[in-house]
Design a protein around this ligand. Structure first.
Ligand code: SAH
Length: 332
């Protein structure tokens, strides 16, 4: 699908055309311009040639039916993955990729292992949400939440990510509320500060995964440049400006970061009421194993006793490798 050229194609048309077209793509979820009968035949065939709506994809569904993953082939043949998670409470969350591959090379993450190919354009990001919007529409459902937790580091593709968010948020288009959109970052401080000053307030999640610099630098090489001190300075700047909570994601990896000492150190870091911790069950990769539920419970209780706001995230889609950190752009 290439709808980047849309504005240009419509430049000689009256203004309301653009609204009609937005409606067709993001609300009616048409697959082909010929479905949009409010447009002239001529314009429809022009759009079908210059801005086709085809999304090139192959679907795989998890056994639990609550997670679906799809592999989308981009115009240059590269592939990305996007995931739909159906929550019991009716939430329909789409997890989008922001890059093909990722340059950060976190040791626990499969995406990091495939290296970095390129940034996605804003429409390649939006297209992932449109894909699921089309599927959900068949059951009269719609995408309620979008999380930037797929392949890539969104803050290394800041401008395109923000452009995509603005389109997804647009009342004339998808109309997904800013509070229903979350960006997850390994912790790029310049962009955390930049996000604090945006006029659109999406949720911020930080992939923390370690409670001290020694361990974090081992697991996440990006920490060698950033350090926890600088990271928390940027996060506090963000909170001071926005007064919004920040979600810290903490993977529970067996015997790597799940000891009682780790929990106590993490509690020390969690010094502000707007800090929240999300403990994430690790999805096994070749290198590491998940913590036992018992270890997670002990860890969680240490944090709770010290007044930290902590939750355990529910794991999704392990069986189709659709879980976080398992997106590696390969068909099974
Ligand atoms: N680069 C961004 C966006 C990717 S989000 C970031 O780091 O936040 C992907 C999330 O999945 C991150 O929190 C990442 O740390 C986590 N993750 C990576 N490998 C995982 C695994 N094997 N199991 C569960 N979560 C994993």
């Amino acid at each position: 699908m290439n709808i980047l050229s849309l504005k240009k194609i419509l430049s000689s048309e009256p203004k309301f055309r653009f609204k009609q077209v937005m409606q067709a793509i993001y609300v009616d979820f048409v697959y082909d311009w010929d479905e949009v009968t409010t447009l002239s035949k001529e314009l429809r065939s022009k759009l079908n040639i210059e801005a086709p709506l085809v999304i090139n994809s192959g679907l795989s569904e998890s056994k639990d039916k609550n997670t679906n993953k799809v592999l989308i082939t981009l115009e240059d043949g590269l592939q990305i993955e996007t995931v739909l998670m159906k929550h019991i409470n009716g939430r329909r969350t789409v997890c989008v990729s922001s890059q093909v591959g990722c340059p950060l090379a976190c040791t626990f993450c499969d995406t990091g292992k495939m290296g970095f190919k390129r940034n996605l354009t804003s429409y390649e990001i939006i297209e992932q949400v449109i894909f699921w919007g089309r599927i959900l529409k068949k059951n009269n459902e719609r995408v309620s939440n979008v999380v930037f937790m797929g392949m890539g580091e969104p803050f290394l593709n800041y401008d395109n990510v923000m452009k995509a968010i603005r389109v997804l948020n647009d009342k004339d288009g998808f109309d997904i509320g800013a509070r229903k959109i979350s960006i997850s970052t390994a912790g790029l401080v310049t962009e955390i500060r930049k996000l604090a000053k945006e006029d659109i307030q999406v949720n911020l999640a930080i992939s923390l995964h370690a409670p001290n610099d020694v361990l974090r630098s081992k697991l996440m090489p990006v920490n060698k440049q950033v350090s926890l001190k600088k990271l928390f300075e940027a996060i506090d700047y963000y909170i001071d400006l926005t007064n919004r909570k920040v979600m810290f994601e903490y993977l529970m990896i067996d015997k790597i970061n799940d000891s009682e000492i780790d929990a106590k150190q993490l509690a020390e870091l969690m010094s502000r009421p707007l800090y929240m911790v999300n403990l994430i069950p690790y999805n096994p990769t070749n290198k590491y194993q998940p913590s036992s539920q018992k270890a997670i419970d002990v860890f969680k209780n240490i944090l709770r006793k010290r007044g930290v706001n902590v939750n355990q995230r529910f794991g999704f889609g392990q069986d189709i490798k659709a879980a976080c950190g398992q997106l590696a752009g390969k068909k099974k």
